[in-house]
Design a binder for this molecule. Structure first.
Ligand code: FES
Length: 290
């Protein structure tokens, strides 16, 4: 089956450079409003282990979908109005979470994301206008604006799906590591070849690993950042009560002891490899591999 022509249009949006000045302006505004690292982590969904935004949008989408159905049922005007109001109010926190995620994406993703956000803002505006009309007793105009809002939010939702499933924004970019890494112990490098206290990249079974030697102890994580595949060996070491690596692309922080996220925007931890030293040779094994 051939994809819809609409898909070509969306793909063209990814390379629409004319959006970039707007992207830069909105990004600056988002970063100046959502400033505190702890708040950014909460909005990204670090405590949950996955992004908050897709979860948050369930409430306005559910409310607005129900309102669209009720608007077709005689005698349900009041209930439809309440649901539209609930949708408009709950759209605000999910939009803030979405903008926070969006501020730390790749350029192509940000271009599509900006249009996705503009569609959602336009839909919210239509719903607010619908509420105003309803409050003035103009039910038919209110319903028409509500249906326009529904069509707009559905189009914006299409772009949201494109962002997640085609452009892989918000997904775990390390998820495939345990599926691709072979079971068992594998040679990494002679211990003597590893530079003390330096982040290094080593290839094992065709996969890039981040390695840090500290004395006789060797920490090994997948080198591909779970946020958007940044090369962690190009990042920097940071002490947060334990050795951590800071991703060079968007600053996610991962514990080198456990692979756990210590700071977003990443929400998924890095696969952490077990290590052992056999006759001076460092070997690695990934729990759960295969
Ligand atoms: S790629 Fe974005 S924080 Fe690593």
């Amino acid at each position: 089956m051939k994809p819809l022509p609409l898909l070509n249009l969306v793909s063209r949006l990814e390379d629409s450079l004319w959006l970039d000045p707007l992207v830069a302006g909105v990004k600056g505004t988002v970063n100046s409003i959502v400033r505190f690292p702890w708040l950014r982590d909460v909005l990204h969904g670090v405590p949950l282990g996955h992004p908050v935004h897709p979860l948050g949008v369930q409430i306005p989408m559910g409310a607005w979908t129900s309102a669209a159905i009720l608007d077709a049922v005689p005698g349900s005007d009041r209930a439809a109005g309440i649901l539209i109001g609930v949708g408009a109010v709950t759209a605000v926190p999910s939009a803030i979470a979405g903008f926070t995620d969006w501020s730390e994406l790749h350029e192509q993703q940000q271009r599509v994301g900006l249009v996705h956000a503009a569609g959602n803002l336009a839909a919210t505006g239509l719903y607010v206008a619908s509420l105003v009309e309803r409050s003035r007793g103009r039910q038919q105009r209110g319903k028409l604006l509500g249906y326009l809002g529904f069509a707009t939010v559905a189009a914006a939702g299409f772009l949201g799906g494109h962002l997640t499933y085609r452009l892989a924004a918000g997904v775990n970019h390390s998820e495939d590591v345990p599926h691709r890494f072979p079971v068992g112990w594998h040679a990494l490098a002679p211990l003597d070849e590893l530079v003390e206290g330096k982040l290094e990249r080593k290839m094992v079974a065709g996969m890039p690993l981040l390695v840090l030697r500290r004395g006789e102890r060797v920490h090994v994580l997948s080198d591909v950042c779970s946020h958007l595949s940044g090369p962690l060996h190009e990042g920097k070491l940071e002490e947060r009560g334990e050795p951590c690596v800071v991703c060079p692309w968007h600053g996610s922080v991962f514990s080198l002891h456990s692979g756990e996220v210590m700071g977003g925007p990443a929400t998924a931890g890095q696969p952490r490899f077990s290590t052992r030293i056999e006759n001076g040779l460092v070997e690695v094994s990934l729990p759960g591999a295969g």
